[in-house]
Design a protein around this ligand. Structure first.
Ligand code: GLP
Length: 242
């Protein structure tokens, strides 16, 4: 596991975008697993900028989003479909037919990822409770794509995004096993709200109580986190400081 601590979220986005650009340069039809959320917005902005500068070509790229709210129309502005279109897909030359989102048919989603050759790179955020995609604490390390109920903590974090509206309680998510099959994993976190989840994932025992901790068992995983998200880590000199 590699931990890269950067000054702020702008640096975090820059570094992550470079990894993605490099992956696509080496393999133009790279298969990417993508997260949503506030953390990814500067990253997608950066990717759009690289595309406009002709430094990245999405024409053959295949994407699988990690999660989506269940029972929500795709054109709902709160859906992850809408988020991805607005922040990335509508702004680059990706073919929409090559973009995928989990649905009630988890088995089919797993097969589609497999048919595409498996994920080359999975970009993850992390919840304040350590969730990755929508795999809440207690999710089995063997879990695959399925419908899940969101935890109280996640509903609380999400409520800010649904002012005056009902917060969705169910979602479709890839499983922890699905994520672990990706050839390479990048996890991004910024802000002090994430510092405890990062501390537990990096330093505490690997446990299903903190889904992000499982990543320590992955062969090729890098955490790119800003100073605030790293603030609880002891002996920071053990990590790569940029
Ligand atoms: C959300 C999403 C995840 C995301 C995480 C962090 O609930 N399901 O895919 O990575 O939680 O979100 P944010 O970046 O908004 O803090």
């Amino acid at each position: 596991m590699k931990i890269v601590i950067v000054r702020n979220k702008k640096e975090m986005a820059k570094k992550a975008a470079l990894v993605i650009a490099e992956t696509i340069r080496k393999k133009p039809n790279a298969v990417l697993e993508l997260a949503t959320g506030v953390t990814m917005i500067p990253l997608y902005k950066r990717l759009v900028r690289l595309y406009k500068r002709k430094e990245i070509d999405f024409s053959k790229v295949i994407t699988f989003n990690l999660d989506e709210y269940a029972h929500m129309p795709y054109n709902n502005p709160e859906s992850y479909h809408y988020y991805m279109n607005r922040n990335l897909f509508d702004k680059v030359n990706i073919q929409k037919i090559n973009t995928h989102f989990p649905s009630s048919n988890g088995k089919e989603y797993e097969n589609e990822i497999k048919k595409a050759g498996g994920a080359d790179l999975s970009i993850l955020g992390v919840g304040v409770n350590g969730h990755i995609a929508f795999n809440e604490p207690g999710s089995s390390f063997n879990s695959k794509t399925r419908e899940v109920k969101l935890s109280k903590e996640t509903l609380k974090s999400n409520s800010a995004l649904f002012p005056g509206k009902k917060v969705p309680r169910e979602a479709y998510t890839v499983g922890i096993n699905t994520i672990m099959k990706s050839k390479k994993v990048l996890l991004l976190a910024s802000g002090s709200k994430k510092s405890n989840a990062i501390l537990e994932a990096v330093e505490k025992p690997v446990t299903e109580k903190n889904p992000a901790s499982v990543l320590r068992r992955h062969r090729n995983v890098t955490f790119i986190i800003d100073k605030k998200a790293a603030k609880d880590l002891p002996e920071k000199d053990r990590y790569t400081l940029k």
